[in-house]
Design a protein around this ligand. Structure first.
Ligand SMILES: [Zn+2]
Length: 333
């Protein structure tokens, strides 16, 4: 499982389950971009393998070779189609429930990798039959990024495979493995703005507009205190609304900017604080009202907006509230 980076604890659990299973249903629950598919696939390979070792599949046996060539009939993928539509209930019935009773052709195990994000409640109810009374040779690896949409009855029957947080070093390794060019220093922004999500780090690294977005968001924060309320409620709100699809990244840039501000304010001679850009240093030195309490209130406002958006609150309204809070806390006079 050398391709899974930064999940050593999980790899050893998976390797041990491949040798001696404690369940026939497993669940990987993590946000998009955290490597669920890769981990599920590595687990499937280890389950197929004739001689799994401490790190999972051996990579040299007949079953590993079939797996790598994508020619094994003993792994079934259940996922949404290219249009993102849900899997049909009949497909679950035929490709999983009925199929699971047929013995595997090459390996000792038949593995079903099921993306529950594309299996609606009726499909999950059908799936439940197989999970409750699994055929001896079948293993179900389910993944989800929306645990609230997974039936409690499905969830409770699966052994959860928990991911550990990715370290900065692991994200750097993943970026290099994905083909991203640049030194650690050059990729440091991708690493610090990805919120420990390797998928997001990869998408930032390949995003040509990332540098401009960072600059625009920093400028917004550093100038919001000096701008008029009407400019904020028109231009600045419109800017945030235009970032709708990347609002999580905008929040990360905001938080990092505020963090750099707080560090420089508290200990300007500190090694990390000195790395703050000249724009942040100038802002802190020229803002005599600034305090870590005020910066803390800005962070709180960002987190409030994040929570509001998570329950589908209006982006424009919440942007106005956030920006007016920042205006109040960060204004110089
Ligand atoms: Zn093998």
């Amino acid at each position: 499982m050398s391709e899974v980076i930064g999940q050593d604890r999980l790899i050893s659990i998976i390797a041990s389950e491949a040798k001696n299973r404690h369940s026939s249903s497993y669940l990987i629950n993590a946000p998009k971009g955290m490597g669920k598919h890769l981990i599920a696939s590595s687990f499937a390979k280890a389950l197929m393998c004739e001689e799994p070792g401490e790190r999972g599949a051996c990579g040299i046996c007949r079953c590993c070779k079939y797996f790598e060539a994508n020619t094994t009939p003993d792994v079934v993928y259940v996922e949404g189609d290219s249009d993102g539509k849900n899997v049909k209930v009949d497909d679950i019935r035929n490709n999983v429930v009925a199929d699971a009773s047929i013995r595997p052709q090459f390996s000792k195990t038949k593995v079903y990798i099921i993306d529950l994000d594309y299996v609606a409640e009726d499909g999950q109810n059908v799936l439940l039959k197989s999970i409750e009374e699994p055929p001896q040779s079948a293993v179900f690896i389910m993944i989800t990024s929306s645990p609230d949409k997974v039936l409690g009855t499905v969830m409770s029957r699966a052994m959860e495979l928990k991911l550990e947080p990715y370290t900065s070093d692991a994200i750097y390794e993943i970026l290099k493995a994905s083909g991203a060019g640049g030194s650690r220093e050059e990729l440091s922004d991708c690493i610090s703005y990805c919120a420990s999500n390797p998928g997001r780090a990869i998408s930032i690294a390949s995003d040509d507009t990332f540098a401009k977005l960072t600059e625009d968001v920093r400028r917004l924060i550093l100038s919001v205190g000096d701008r008029s309320i009407s400019d904020i409620l028109t231009d600045d709100v419109a800017f945030l609304a235009s970032c709708k699809d990347r609002i999580d990244l905008v929040f990360e840039i905001m938080l990092k900017t505020l963090d750099a501000m707080a560090m420089y304010l508290k200990a300007p001679d500190n090694k990390t604080a000195l790395k703050a850009g000249p724009d942040i240093k100038e802002f802190v030195l020229s803002n005599k009202r600034l305090s870590t309490v005020k910066i803390g209130r800005c962070v709180e406002a960002i987190n409030n907006m994040r929570r509001a958006l998570a329950v589908n609150c209006n982006l424009e309204n919440n942007s106005g509230v956030l920006l007016l809070t920042m205006h109040e806390e960060l204004r110089r006079i």
